[in-house]
Design a protein around this ligand. Structure first.
Ligand SMILES: NC(=O)c1ccc[n+]([C@@H]2O[C@H](COP(=O)([O-])OP(=O)(O)OC[C@H]3O[C@@H](n4cnc5c(N)ncnc54)[C@H](OP(=O)(O)O)[C@@H]3O)[C@@H](O)[C@H]2O)c1
Length: 334
């Protein structure tokens, strides 16, 4: 099916782009992730509308993984279908990433960072999306067993085979990240990008990881910048029906919506309102204020959320007092 959708001609004026590490590749400050809400259990029309809206606002980078759904694999299938039905002729204006390394298929080869898993996985992902190549292919995690050398050699070979243009790592502990960066650099396949969880509620990368990635010339993309919704105003008055915490999938469990988190969100919300922002907008701006962050990968369950979140780009700067006040809230023991 071909639709009559035409991308908006003003799209690139609505977004700012940042250079990804020491590469020639620019990524949009906001990227869209398809971990949730784009699977076979979700509404295909809403998913299509979100991808169109994102692209119309300059979001050129779409983040996938083999296991995104649910059902696992179905986000890639849906994304491929949405591209075929709406974006014929626009492939060169998009950066599409995928990953392998988490549980995906049965047996001993379906969920680790072995060469066997990565090689099979990229072929499966290309088939599901119908794409000829991925722009970025990631090792989704360090699995604790596979030598980093083996995983990196698989990524290098994936590049040589033309199945991806760039490679990245995700969630690697600093010790393994250092090895990965070295091996990739020696093979002249530098690590384009490092992907880690980073938000006001999860700041571990500030200790070492962010500086390490920057020092080797890798870009840095932050995932779950809204702490899966906790850093929005949605949970301030309980857990709304249909929200991620209310769903049975357990990605954000009810038990994670603690009174302490909600109290912090409430206090952060008053700073956001003073700045003329929603809490979601301030949470995104807070991550993007660090210029070492190339892009934040947001999730969304509606076009309205994307609309809200894109407005963050209008207010990325903070006063020293605001930052101090935010730190004080985040560090407080409630
Ligand atoms: N590398 C990795 O291992 C890894 C791991 C996790 C994620 N990721 C990537 O990062 C992407 C984003 O992760 P995430 O979905 O956890 O990101 P997030 O941006 O922290 O959370 C997104 C969720 O927050 C809620 N939300 C978003 N905007 C809102 C707004 N303006 N107002 C109220 N609620 C709002 C929605 O939840 P509701 O459904 O409740 O509406 C939405 O689905 C993923 O899709 C994936 O691409 C990578």
């Amino acid at each position: 099916m071909n639709t009559d959708y035409q991308p908006d001609g003003q799209r690139y004026e609505r977004m700012s782009y940042r250079r990804c590490g020491r590469s020639g590749l620019m990524l949009p400050a906001l990227s869209l992730g398809l971990w949730q809400n784009f699977g076979s259990v979700d509404n295909y029309h809403t998913a299509t509308d979100m991808i169109r809206y994102a692209f119309d606002h300059g979001i050129t980078h779409f983040d996938l993984a083999n296991n995104y759904g649910p059902l696992p694999g179905s986000a890639e299938e849906n994304f491929g279908r949405i591209l075929r039905e709406n974006f014929c002729g626009y492939r060169d204006e998009m950066i599409v990433s995928s990953k392998a390394g988490h549980e995906m298929w049965a047996g001993p080869y379906g969920g680790n960072s072995s060469r066997k898993n990565l090689m099979a996985s990229i072929d499966q992902s290309l088939k599901r999306t119908g794409l000829g190549y991925f722009d970025i292919f990631y090792s989704h995690r360090y699995d604790g067993v596979t030598p980093v050398e083996e995983t990196m050699q698989a990524l290098i070979d994936i590049i040589r085979q033309g199945k991806a243009l760039y490679v990245g790592i995700s969630k690697y502990p600093p010790e393994q990240a250092r090895i990965a960066y070295r091996i990739l650099a020696e093979a002249h396949v530098p690590c384009l990008v490092s992907q880690y969880r980073y938000s006001m509620f999860e700041r571990t990368v500030e200790e070492e990881t962010l500086a390490l990635a920057t020092a080797v010339g890798s870009g840095f993309v932050a995932f779950s910048p809204l702490a899966q919704g906790l850093l929005t105003d949605k949970y301030l008055n309980g857990i709304p029906e249909g929200s991620r915490a209310a769903r049975p999938t357990g990605f954000l469990q009810r038990s994670q919506v603690t009174p302490e988190k909600i109290e912090k969100a409430r206090r952060l919300n008053s700073i956001a309102l003073r700045r003329g922002q929603t809490l979601a907008q301030m949470a995104l701006a807070w991550v993007l204020k660090d210029e070492r962050v190339t892009s934040v990968i947001i999730g969304a369950s509606s076009v309205g959320q994307l609309e809200d979140n894109l407005k963050a780009l209008g207010g990325l700067s903070f006063t020293a007092e605001e930052l101090e006040e935010i730190d004080c809230i985040l560090n407080s023991a409630l």
